[in-house]
Design a protein around this ligand. Structure first.
Ligand code: AMP
Length: 216
């Protein structure tokens, strides 16, 4: 039976960090719509050009663009038995489109990483990404061994333009209005588990794996 795991959470909640680790240990593809858009942006594709303005201002890219891009990605052979979604869905329309697409036999589970708002701003504004392998660091909580350099691949580290404080605050407002209602959506379907995303990445990871093992 195919299985789709959805990691939900506000910007800065740790979805990217936890998803890439979890996908690695589960051996399942990590499908992150933000990463797909950033790849389109850096490759200068028409989709990247359409998404750019929305991303830079902290707004959501229109549903039709996101849904087409996501469905293209999950149609690939590596996703046939399941995948882990990070950053999708972010609106009710996206969640409904996903439900319509998945067969009724697909096992769907949503886990929300719950983090207090004050921590979210600090986490997002301190985040650094590797241009080479997309590893995620934090200036204070998870610094690289050498400043400005990825500890895994020696790639250059950079701050996402949309991690500037004003944009992060806008992204949090957008989250409250458009994405938070998904918690009720998945709760009503009996598919939601809430876990605390507060604390060090290792602690959160232990909670996540305990929660997945408990459900096995
Ligand atoms: P992320 O890396 O998940 O924080 O996404 C970065 C940006 O990409 C978001 O702020 C949005 O502009 C855009 N984006 C990513 N995923 C979605 C989505 N599911 N729906 C709409 N916009 C998205």
């Amino acid at each position: 039976m195919a299985s789709v795991l959805i990691l939900l959470g506000a910007p800065g909640a740790g979805k990217g960090t936890q998803s890439s680790r979890l996908a690695g240990s589960l051996g399942t593809p990590h499908v992150a719509t933000g990463d797909l858009f950033r790849a389109n942006l850096s490759q200068g594709t028409p989709l990247g050009a359409q998404a750019k303005e929305y991303m830079e201002s902290g707004q959501l890219v229109p549903d039709a663009l996101v849904i087409d891009m996501l469905f293209d990605r999950v149609s690939q052979a590596d996703c046939a038995t399941g995948y882990l979604l990070d950053g999708f869905p972010r609106t009710l329309e996206q969640a409904e489109a996903l439900d319509t697409r998945l067969s009724s036999s697909t096992h769907v589970r949503a886990i929300n990483l719950d983090v207090p708002t004050e921590s979210l701003v600090e986490r997002a504004t301190g985040r650094l990404l590797c241009r080479g392998c997309e590893a995620i660091y934090h200036k204070s909580y998870a610094p690289p061994a050498t400043a400005g350099e990825c500890t895994k691949c020696a790639g250059e580290l950079y701050q996402r333009a949309d991690d500037a404080e004003a944009v992060v605050r806008e992204r949090l407002t957008v989250y409250e209005q458009q994405t938070k209602p998904l918690l009720a959506y998945y709760k009503t379907q009996g598919k939601l588990t809430q876990i605390s995303g507060d604390g060090a990445p290792d602690e959160v990871y232990q909670r996540l794996t305990a929660c997945l093992e408990g459900a096995a």
